[in-house]
Design a protein around this ligand. Structure first.
Ligand code: NDP
Length: 480
């Protein structure tokens, strides 16, 4: 059995015990044993990052470009192998996993370019004889805490901008998926990241994550995960004066108006609700459907759901891989049962037998639901969607906004009037017209509103808002 260590100050270090990384598709498939770090190692890693920051923050754009560009090239050259690891460890189908690895490579390429494009402003002062200069500087040591559902893309979209803008990082991936983060950090190390610039600490959030958030050597925390954990992370950051950025859950609506193209609407809803096993923060979990199209739409969804192949993600025929673990499976089933008890009609949602022992669940669609039902208010984070029937567009928009979350929202319609109105008035950070709520570009901002996000946006050049701090300099005439 291969053993994988943490990276602290350029050294690969064992922890106090090893955690097996078991595939959700096959309990006999153990990917490796990964070292759990502890609170003391967390402090050592944060101190090493603080020391490394002295020189990395002064590194030039060319050095940062080369590290990120080389990392991207290695990721892309190992796409098939990394996709297989991702598929085994998290359960995405091979094609979804390959797309995620590709995305990680693209993100590093993009931020390699951003390292060359860091700029500032030169302004005339309101006072004669003075000039004002506004520049961006790195913030320091950034703790990165990531969830299990995008095990290489989310670490990539936090590490790449952090390094591009001159910060040092300590990353703690979710304990369920240490494998992809380990490979990514190994690639960065092989590509020439100096000791202490990138540190990896694996292990549970309650130990390693908490210690990272507490550390006085950490200046900022970028967190992606559940709303509940995010809130406690934010409270600790605020009380210790750390900059914090949170990306959290969603209860994303997809509105289907009576005038929608039925084929488009069904494609968009099947993809948005069930692909990646519904384990996407941007998944469409509430389908808000006009009265005039409702019955035909539900019938068409049922027909498509019957054809979806659930099973081992390494099988090229599989469209829906397993749920990530036993706890998440129990949560999905609990929400499905509750939806039935609260008056919904459940289609699908049964466990699926396979050749291997895994957490396979057929997608579930709950019809006849009311906006106030639990299934329409709480995030399930599985292949489960509900249908809410509405009388008209105004009611659809009101229902879409009737949630504490505000990450992604979509509408299927052939009406420019309704598409434009929805785009302007839905309370979400991202809006999709006739395309699934999940699936985004990497060169534009990603994030939400309300309880879905807190702090500056991630991705694209907007990432600099979090990963840099601004300095304003006043220069008197005569200074040479
Ligand atoms: P969790 O909140 O359970 O965990 C997220 C990360 O936080 C993990 O690394 C976890 O470690 C760590 N953690 C747990 N407790 C603490 C703590 N007390 N202090 C510091 N860190 C801690 O989320 P999941 O991993 O279950 O991910 C699913 C959630 O992520 C969903 O709600 C989903 O919507 C959201 N998500 C949001 C995205 C967005 O961009 N908006 C994108 C992807 C997912 P460990 O698991 O090892 O214990």
């Amino acid at each position: 059995m291969n053993q994988y260590r943490n990276l602290i100050n350029g050294e690969w270090v064992a922890g106090d015990h090893w955690r097996p990384n078991v595939s959700p598709s096959d309990s006999k498939d153990v990917i490796g044993e990964y070292a759990d770090a502890d609170a003391l190692q967390t402090e050592i890693a944060a101190a090493a990052a603080r020391e490394a920051f002295r020189s990395w923050s002064k590194s030039g754009p060319q050095e940062r470009f080369e590290l990120l560009d080389q990392t991207a090239s290695i990721i892309l050259s190992r796409k098939a192998e990394l996709a297989r690891l991702l598929s085994r460890e998290e359960g995405k189908t091979l094609s979804e996993a390959a797309a995620e690895v590709q995305r990680a490579g693209q993100i590093f390429k993009f931020f390699a370019g951003e390292a060359l494009r860091i700029n500032g402003e030169l302004l005339p002062s309101i006072r004669s004889g003075l000039t004002v200069e506004v520049t961006r500087e790195p913030i320091g040591v950034v703790g990165l805490i990531t969830p299990w559902n995008f095990p290489i893309a989310i670490p990539a979209w936090k590490i790449a901008p952090a390094l591009a803008y001159g910060n040092c990082v300590v990353i703690k991936p979710a304990e369920l998926v240490p494998g992809c983060a380990w490979e990514l950090v190994k690639i960065l190390s092989d590509a020439g990241a100096p000791p202490g610039v990138v540190n990896l600490l694996m292990g549970p959030g309650a130990a390693v994550g908490e210690a990272l958030v507490r550390s006085s050597n950490v200046d900022a925390i970028s967190f992606t995960g559940s709303a509940m954990t995010g809130q406690t992370v934010a409270e600790k950051c605020v009380s210790s004066g750390k900059k914090v950025q949170l990306e959290m859950g969603g209860k994303n609506p997809m509105v289907v108006l009576d005038d929608a193209d039925m084929d488009v609407a069904v494609d968009v809803c099947i993809n948005g609700s069930f692909y990646s096993t519904g384990q996407r923060c941007t998944a469409s979990s509430r389908l808000i459907v006009g009265r005039g199209i409702h019955d035909l739409f539900v019938e068409a969804m049922h027909a498509r759901m019957r054809l979806l192949k659930v099973g081992n993600p390494l099988d090229s025929q599989t469209q829906i891989g397993p749920v990530v673990d036993a706890r998440q499976l129990a949560q999905d089933e609990r929400y499905i049962r509750l939806a039935g008890r609260e008056g919904g009609s459940v289609f699908g949602g049964a466990r699926v037998d396979a050749d291997t022992e895994g957490f396979f669940l057929a997608p579930a669609l709950v019809t006849g639901t009311h906006p106030s039902m639990t299934i329409n208010q709480e995030e399930v984070f599985g292949p489960v969607a509900s249908v809410i029937q509405v009388n008209d567009y105004d009611e659809a928009l009101a229902v879409a906004n009737d949630t504490r979350f505000g990450l992604s929202a979509g509408i299927c319609t052939t009406s420019l009037k309704y598409a434009s109105h929805f785009k302007r008035n839905v309370e979400a950070g991202m809006v999709m017209i006739n395309t699934p709520t999940a699936g985004v570009d990497y060169h534009v901002p990603f994030g939400g509103r309300k309880k879905s996000s807190y702090g500056a946006r991630e991705q694209g050049s907007y990432a600099q808002e979090f990963f840099t701090t601004v300095k304003t300099a006043y220069i008197a005439a005569g200074v040479v």
